[in-house]
Design a protein around this ligand. Structure first.
Ligand code: 2DT
Ligand code: MG
Length: 209
């Protein structure tokens, strides 16, 4: 049986990293193979350029950085796909939804933003960690990267909501770490309890067009 491909999305400071780690423990406790990945993957040569942009040390046009984020997914997708096909449950921290939400929040056309990721693997489940603007302002320990400010993040949040499709579950991320994880696990268990899964497909954005 193949693995599941699960994506966690949300604004900065929503708790994605903590929740992906807890979810991996949940799989391991059930003797299931489970690996974590994250986008951007800053370790590749494209990722190093993306990192310089995010840290403010390299200027790039909005279009160019958008395409680099997308290319960073395309360069890794074959290896992620073969893991899933070989029975590894994969939990990914951010994906193409962040790509389209962040760039369209700058004012670029959302369909243009989505187009370069068309044909990537479609996740089985997208867990959107939703933080209200009020909670976000309490978590204002933003760092120094380019997108880390409250005004931009609330625009990003609006854009994320335009990207919802049949694979999405909206998680209220304002609760405690344990409450959020419990809600996540409920959705994951529903999938885990299925006897078989439909083949994973390279049809990202199907169900949202
Ligand atoms: P992290 O803080 O999670 O490393 O993300 N971003 C991310 C985009 O603008 N486009 C994308 O395609 C992706 C995956 C979100 C760093 C920042 O990069 C943004 C926050
Ligand atoms: Mg960050």
């Amino acid at each position: 049986m193949r693995g599941l491909f699960i994506v966690l999305e949300g604004c900065d400071r929503a708790g994605k990293t903590t929740q992906t780690q807890l979810l991996q423990k949940f799989f391991h406790a059930r003797d299931r193979k489970c690996e974590l990945a994250k986008f951007p993957d800053r370790t590749t040569s494209l990722g190093i350029t993306i990192n310089s942009y995010l840290q403010g040390s390299q200027a790039l046009s909005d279009q160019a950085i958008h395409l680099l984020f997308s290319a960073n997914r395309w360069e890794l997708i074959d290896s992620l796909e073969s893991k899933v096909k070989n029975g590894v449950n994969l939990i990914v921290d951010r994906y193409a939804y962040s790509g389209a939400a962040f760039t369209s929040a700058k004012g670029l056309d959302i369909d243009w933003c989505k187009s370069c990721d068309k044909g990537l693997l479609k996740p089985d489940l997208v867990l959107f960690l939703d933080t209200s603007n009020k909670t976000m302002s309490k978590r204002e320990d933003f760092g120094a990267e380019v997108y880390e400010n409250l005004e931009f993040q609330s625009k990003v949040r609006e854009q994320f909501h335009l990207l919802k499709d049949d694979s999405w579950k909206i998680i209220n991320a304002s609760g405690t770490i344990e409450e959020v994880q419990a809600e996540i696990q409920t959705h994951v268990l529903t999938l885990l309890n299925q006897d078989s899964y439909a083949p994973i497909q390279r049809n990202l954005w199907c169900g949202n067009e």
